[in-house]
Design a protein around this ligand. Structure first.
Ligand code: DLL
Length: 417
């Protein structure tokens, strides 16, 4: 009960800040909320309309800032595949809070002042680079602000500077591992011990692969610019993804209604202490489940399951829903291939067809045709078992699928071209 009272108080504070913004004032008025006193219980809060990317776009660029521009010290933006980016702002206090949240997350997995953290997330409007950077400095760790890309330089500095922690997307981590092997660098020559990987969905199979090839323990970090950036949730040594206490999570079904605790749906987040860009009930489009409780790592509060997919990434092929992560799971369960893949969707006649391009590894590439055919069939069968639809698998040469230095692109939907 104490928790609920405290939560309601924090929610009311966010509502108070939000009511300074004319756009939200209108939206809240429509459901009868004109002042914080209208929120007496969680069910009142649940009447508040959801916020989506479209609300942000409509108010581009600064229309949803709750503070005058003189108090804003930084903006970030997410690229957005269509049209204008979504822009978010931070006051000095917000930046400090964010740094603390990230620092605490890093501390929880055992990162200390003695660590050397190579931040290979992109620096710039994307929140990954600077979010991790400020968190590391707050913690007192040494940061190498190398940003994404320039892979051979990454490897050189990793060895020469004695990097102990690598922070980047999981797909870039895999690319670094591959480049390391090609350059003849052995993982024992490096001091890597921890990886802070996120910004895109990844599977358990991918984690095992990266851990084995880079010789480190890989942790999942989750976040989105609209809410703050990396650090909204972070995995602990027990393998649970804890949501930071400054964010209030809900999981809703397709009709926008709350699901039972532990059931899957869309994650909706509310910021509790942000000044410049407070958000109420923001639709993340990320699919997950949440639960409340105490973990043996010491965290008490909400935790979530790893985000398996975004609502947007769901492909509907002949009426069946399929996510890239399901294909990744299948690929990683079959040997002889690399976890570099692309889902190519096409409409042939009136029928949607999914072709999965997968790279074979260099060794397998020189196998006999018959062996390659067997591999192709085994993979096809495995994907069909997991995803429940017939697909065509195309084995492609090593290195023929473009590598990513940031978020990987897993789908080529020719129906939309
Ligand atoms: O990706 C923030 C971030 C940077 C998180 C670095 C972690 C590390 P956006 O560019 O706004 O922000 O993209 C947010 O990326 O809604 C998810 O769909 C996806 N995403 C982020 N982290 C994870 C993760 C950053 N750990 C969108 N697992 C989110 C799965 C993730 N998806």
């Amino acid at each position: 009960m104490v928790y609920e009272e405290k939560l309601l108080e924090s929610l009311r504070q966010t509502v108070e800040r939000i009511l300074k913004i004319p756009y939200y004032q209108q939206k809240l008025k429509q459901v009868g909320i004109r002042e914080t006193g209208n929120i007496q219980a969680l069910k009142d809060f649940q009447r508040i309309p959801l916020t989506s990317k479209e609300d942000l776009r409509e108010n581009y660029p600064f229309g949803l800032f709750a503070e005058p521009m003189e108090r804003i010290v930084r903006i970030h933006a997410s690229s957005g595949t269509t049209g204008k980016p979504t822009v978010v702002g931070y006051t000095q206090k917000d930046i400090k809070l964010w740094a603390k949240i990230v620092a605490n997350s890093l501390k929880r997995v055992g990162i200390t002042q003695s660590d050397v953290v190579q931040v290979a997330y992109g620096y710039g409007l994307f929140t990954g680079g600077m979010g991790l950077h400020y968190g590391c400095e707050e913690l007192g760790a040494l940061v190498i602000p190398i940003s994404g890309g320039n892979t051979s330089r990454q490897l050189m500095l990793m060895r020469d500077f004695g990097t102990t922690v690598l922070a980047c997307t999981p797909s870039y981590a895999l690319y670094l591992a591959e480049s390391m092997e090609e350059a003849g660098i052995f993982r024992d020559e490096l001091k890597l011990r921890i990886g802070i990987f996120g910004a895109e969905p990844w599977t358990e199979g991918m984690r095992e692969e990266i851990e084995a090839r880079l010789g480190l323990r890989a942790y999942d970090i989750y976040g989105l610019s609209e809410i703050m950036g990396p650090g909204v949730a972070m995995e602990c040594p027990e393998g649970r993804l804890h949501i930071d206490e400054h964010f209030y999570p809900e999981v809703l079904n397709e009709s926008g209604l709350p699901v039972e605790e532990g059931q899957s749906g869309e994650l909706v987040l509310t910021s509790l202490e942000k000044e410049a860009f407070p958000v109420l009930r923001y639709r993340t489009k990320d699919l997950t489940t949440i639960h409340y409780g105490r973990c043996s790592c010491g965290h008490e509060g909400w935790s979530m399951n790893r985000v398996s997919a975004r609502v947007d990434d769901m492909l509907i092929i002949r009426g069946v829903n399929i996510f890239p992560s399901q294909v990744e799971e299948a690929i990683l369960s079959v040997g002889g291939i690399e976890p570099h893949y692309l889902l190519v969707v096409e409409r042939v006649g009136n029928l949607d067809q999914l072709e999965v391009w997968v790279e074979v590894n260099a060794q397998t590439f020189f196998d006999e045709v018959r062996q390659l055919e067997q591999l192709q069939q085994a993979l096809q069968k495995r994907i069909e078992e997991i995803a429940g639809i017939s697909v065509k698998v195309k084995l492609v040469e090593p290195k023929s699928i473009p590598r990513s230095e940031g978020k990987a692109k897993r789908v080529l939907d020719k129906r939309k071209m």
